[in-house]
Design a protein. Structure first.
Length: 320
């Protein structure tokens, strides 16, 4: 994949996840964990972190099963949408107009490996600034969307798309026991990563998880305490722990529909991307690449993820 033009993506913005029961989803995400509700509209619940002024960073959409509907990225200027409508078809990618609450002008398409992606420039901003209104914070006070993790069959092709077309850069990489590139971490704004992409020969394309920043490790532990005290032990999947890759402190959970999400803190910042040397992990480092403290990794975390939607039908893609 070679293109002399790039689409100037400014950041990871939001995503839409499928749930079967909006009431239960609101209980988990809003009442227990403290996501802020911007709007409830029919079959959709729009929520965000306490430092996010935009209308939403997570849409919970009622559907007949869990899974990923789409992932949204903001571009740097409205003209970039026109550019995308020119560049993407030249790469064999079909582009469609798209709207959602808070966004009137957007496009949707599938990445080279079939991940549904929305690009937009302007999203409605809400008036309520919650950053210093600590009396309104509850749960673990999620701050903002941190990153997303995809699973694809052709990792090299997906990686080149995000690097060459969207201008992300690589911070870390992992090579498996066959010496093959099996995972990459990509950044745009200088966080350890905003996108992680893993490879698999089965159940692809897939969505592994999204992650939200919290302020400190106390909030990571509090997430586990909240779920346990609500007798939702089975929603706690992995952690608390520290990743070797990205160095972040984490807790992974799965909602009532098995959608995986993470609370996360303590990763690094890339100050000078042009000076950054990509960190390489090898198969013999896998145990502490995943959990730096050497704790066992659940089989579900390694082998289970969720399907993604077809952008034209709203139905989940079938896995081979």
């Amino acid at each position: 994949m070679v293109s002399e033009q790039k689409i100037n993506v400014s950041r990871l913005s939001h995503l839409c996840v499928r749930v079967t029961d909006l009431g239960k989803a609101k209980y988990l995400y809003n009442e227990l964990l403290g996501f802020t509700v911007t709007e409830e509209s029919g079959n959709e619940l729009y929520i965000r972190g306490i430092e996010e002024g935009q209308h939403h960073s997570l849409v919970l959409k009622k559907a007949d099963s869990g899974g990923l509907s789409y992932v949204g990225f903001r571009v740097s200027d409205k003209s970039e949408l026109d550019k995308a409508e020119s560049i993407l078809p030249s790469l064999g990618i079909r582009v469609y107009k798209f709207k959602e609450k808070g966004v009137s002008d957007a496009i949707i398409f599938e990445s080279p490996n079939g991940i549904p992606i929305v690009l937009y420039y302007d999203m409605e901003y809400v008036d309520q600034d919650l950053r210093l209104k600590f009396y309104l914070h509850r749960g673990v006070s999620p701050i903002r969307l941190a990153h997303v993790n995809f699973v694809v069959k052709d990792l090299e092709r997906e990686y080149k798309f995000f690097k060459e077309i969207f201008n992300f850069y690589e911070t870390e990489q992992y090579f498996n026991s066959q010496g093959k590139l099996a995972m990459v971490w990509l950044s745009m704004r200088g966080a350890s990563h905003e996108i992680a992409i893993s490879s698999s020969d089965k159940r692809v394309p897939g969505f592994h998880h999204e992650s939200y920043y919290v302020r400190n490790v106390t909030d990571v532990i509090r997430a586990a305490d909240i779920l346990a005290s609500a007798q939702l032990w089975d929603l706690i999947e992995n952690g608390p722990g520290r990743h070797g890759a990205t160095q972040g402190l984490f807790l992974y959970m799965r909602d009532f529909d098995k959608n995986r999400f993470e609370v996360y803190t303590g990763d690094y910042t890339v100050l000078d991307p042009d000076k950054w040397k990509v960190i390489t992990w090898t198969a013999d480092q896998f145990r502490y690449r995943t959990n730096y403290w050497g704790r066992p990794v659940p089989d579900s975390w390694l082998n289970e993820w969720m399907p993604v939607e077809e952008i034209n039908t709203g139905k989940l893609k079938k896995w081979d």
